[in-house]
Design a protein around this ligand. Structure first.
Ligand SMILES: Cc1ncc(COP(=O)(O)O)c(C=O)c1O
Length: 392
């Protein structure tokens, strides 16, 4: 749903004409400036732009949090597989937690799933829906867990006035396909923790740490992967950042307008939100009593039930379910001796609450560019579909 145009072309042209495509030797280049601007926008001390998308940002966040073999990390049953992937990439084991009616991680089940091996939780603000961060932070404090927010699908959203991603120990964003703002394959990590930032920076720069800053780090350089951003990415993101507020405003306005018009109609309700004002507005969640009615509504109203997304529910993460991680058995965290006693299996039957919530909810995408005429057509269509379902 990102918007892109002439301004990005101009910004990219400037970088190309400068012949300085890389950030490795530059101070105060496009990447640096974006990071400064992003940290300010989100309300954190540090931001680290990177290639490799939200997946890279999550991996670097987990590295920064010192998560590894022997650790369990709690993640929701409804998220893109990359959330679980990132945990496995640092050698730890993801443990699936139920989602509640908001389609985000269920704080009640979250607390139940904690064991002595649990080190962190990744609340995912799925499709722009904010998680219940107050409860999650209370639980994290009680059990001494780290919190890495996955705000990949909720860029710019907020919870009780704080930007998503800035509330836990660290936050990850995706600037990838179908995101609120985009530069192709970008991602970003934010945090207030200097050491976490240093570890993530070192890891994302193939163990060299992008040179102008390496000497400022207080910890020794260790080997990592190569997720460095380039100046073209930085330049595009600086323009995208300027577009963010207006996109969110339009999404929220369109979502609100449609919801207000449909609120009185019987036969469904809107799924609850942990903070409707901070919600990004990218999806309208319709909640039905009967999952078959939900299915029919989805079919006719241009939406889908999260359970049918094919990619975003735990039982669809085939390589993880089948434990095919890395290219050599010895590198597979499920085979690590440190992980031997951790929880490895997550069957469909283990998550009845998620099945119910993800089957009875239908999410319908909102377009920030809909104008009054299109909104009226949408409202008319929703009303007709809901009326037809009632008459069946
Ligand atoms: C919830 C969630 N987490 C993580 C990611 C990974 O982001 P990327 O694809 O940019 O690596 C995505 C991507 O869609 C996502 O939706």
């Amino acid at each position: 749903m990102y918007r892109i145009g002439k301004e990005e072309v101009k910004a990219v042209e400037k970088v190309i004409k400068s012949k300085e495509l890389f950030r490795v030797k530059k101070r105060k280049g496009e990447c640096d400036k974006f990071e400064e601007e992003w940290a300010k926008k989100i309300g954190t001390k540090y931001a680290l732009l990177m290639s490799g998308g939200g997946t890279a940002a999550l991996i670097c966040g987990l590295v920064g949090l010192d998560i590894g073999p022997g650790d369990e990390v709690l993640i929701p049953s409804y998220t893109f597989m990359a959330t679980a992937t990132s945990v496995l990439m640092v050698g730890a084991i993801p443990v699936v937690v139920e989602v509640d009616e908001t389609c985000t991680i269920d704080p009640i089940d979250l607390e139940k799933k904690i064991t002595k091996n649990t080190k962190a939780v990744i609340p995912v603000h799925m499709v722009g829906f904010p998680c219940n961060m107050d409860k999650i932070l209370d639980i994290a404090k009680k059990y001494n867990l780290k919190v890495l927010e996955d705000a990949c699908q909720a860029v710019g959203g907020s919870y009780k006035g704080k930007r998503l991603g800035s509330i836990g120990d660290a936050g990850a964003y995706s600037f990838n396909w179908f995101k609120i703002i985009s530069c192709g394959e970008g991602g970003c990590l934010v945090t207030n923790d200097r050491i976490l930032y240093e570890k993530a920076s070192i890891f994302h720069d193939s163990g060299t740490a992008f040179r102008p800053y390496a000497s400022e780090f207080s910890i020794p350089i260790f080997l990592g992967l190569q997720f460095r951003a380039d100046e073209i990415m930085g330049a595009i993101m600086r323009v995208q950042l300027k577009r963010l507020d207006k996109i969110l405003k339009d999404l929220r306005k369109n979502k609100r307008r449609i919801m207000e018009e449909l609120r009185e109609i019987k036969g469904f309700k809107f799924a609850p939100s942990n903070d409707i004002n901070g919600d990004c507005g990218v999806m309208i969640p319709f909640r039905f009593e009967d999952e078959n009615i939900a299915k029919k509504f989805a079919l006719n109203a241009g939406g889908y039930r999260p359970i049918d997304s094919k990619k975003h529910v735990w039982f669809d993460w085939k390589p993880i379910i089948e434990k095919r991680i890395w290219h050599k058995d010895v590198l597979n965290p499920y085979n690590f001796p440190e992980n031997k006693d951790l929880r490895h299996t997550f069957t469909k039957e283990m998550y009845p609450k998620s099945i119910e919530n993800l089957s009875k909810t239908v999410i319908v995408p909102v377009n920030p560019d809909w104008k009054e005429k299109e909104i009226k057509e949408k409202i008319k269509m929703f009303k007709k579909v809901l009326k037809d379902l009632k008459n069946e």
